[in-house]
Design a protein around this ligand. Structure first.
Ligand code: TMP
Ligand code: ASP
Length: 233
């Protein structure tokens, strides 16, 4: 199969159907703009399974996304979209770069969710972006931005509820969006412990990529916990 794109943690393949892509999840983890890099055996399997079930929850709630079906333990079939060069970060409590940029203690509550955007360019360090910049640079229209904000809000409601039922707090997460040939915007990429911060409500421990970022150990067992709770729920 022809490779359309290859990133740090995924390979996107063309398929026989021009409207579909195959997303293959690797075992590579990167952080801090690729300064930290490692192979975590088995991570791809969990990211594939977890993303699949999360996308299914979104679909059930009427939130359009690119997921179609699992193909094997490391890959899923998805709709081919034109992925926008912007990322939306949704935050329910303070962590990560919000805490470091604004000097807020990790775990501090927020009076309302925060929706942030950045421009997807590793070369430029994924710079901050807002609606004005995104529209002026021709990335989206104002109307599309409204749609993206609404989808991000709805996805946060659904995912917060899903994780709550599993005894997990959804601290923050990242979304990417793809444009379909008819112009419809849908959620693309992955949603997994690589792209979310997830904390066990009982123990307070991270069940996400912060385990890798900050050398907390037990990465695979954390991903396994998320996976089994989502599938048992
Ligand atoms: P941040 O605190 O580093 O800005 O990250 C916020 C959320 O976005 C966190 O759940 C991790 C996710 N994220 C990605 O998925 N990819 C990225 O490249 C970055 C920087 C964050
Ligand atoms: N792409 C991000 C980085 O290189 C990975 C992460 O920290 O989630 O910092």
């Amino acid at each position: 199969m022809n490779i359309i794109a290859e990133g740090h943690s995924k390979i996107i393949y063309a398929t026989d159907n021009p409207d579909r892509i195959l997303v293959y999840f690797k075992d590579t983890a990167t952080a801090f703009h690729n300064i930290k890099r490692a192979k975590i055996v088995g991570k791809g399997l969990y990211v594939n399974k977890i993303s699949a079930i999360i996308f299914k929850h979104l679909t059930d709630a009427g939130i359009k996304n690119h997921y179609l079906n699992l193909v094997d333990e490391r890959s899923m079939m998805c709709l081919k979209t034109d992925v926008l060069p912007l990322r939306v970060i949704v935050r329910n409590s303070a962590a990560g770069s919000l805490s470091s940029r604004f000097g807020i203690k990790e775990g501090s509550s927020l009076s309302e969710p925060i929706y942030e955007m950045n421009y997807k360019s590793e070369q430029l360090d994924n710079p901050f972006m807002n609606e004005h910049i995104a529209v002026a640079l021709g990335v989206v229209t104002h109307k599309e931005m409204q749609t993206i904000s609404q989808i991000a809000h709805n996805a946060n409601e659904v995912l917060t509820t899903v994780f709550n039922k599993c005894g997990i707090s959804l601290i923050d997460f990242k979304l990417e969006f793809g444009r379909m040939p008819d112009g419809t915007l849908i959620i693309a990429d992955e949603i997994s412990p690589d792209t979310c911060r997830l904390i066990d409500k009982n123990t307070g421990i991270h069940l996400d990529k912060d385990r890798f970022r900050h050398d907390m150990g037990d990465i695979i067992s954390a991903y396994n916990t998320v996976c089994s709770r989502l599938y048992d729920e």
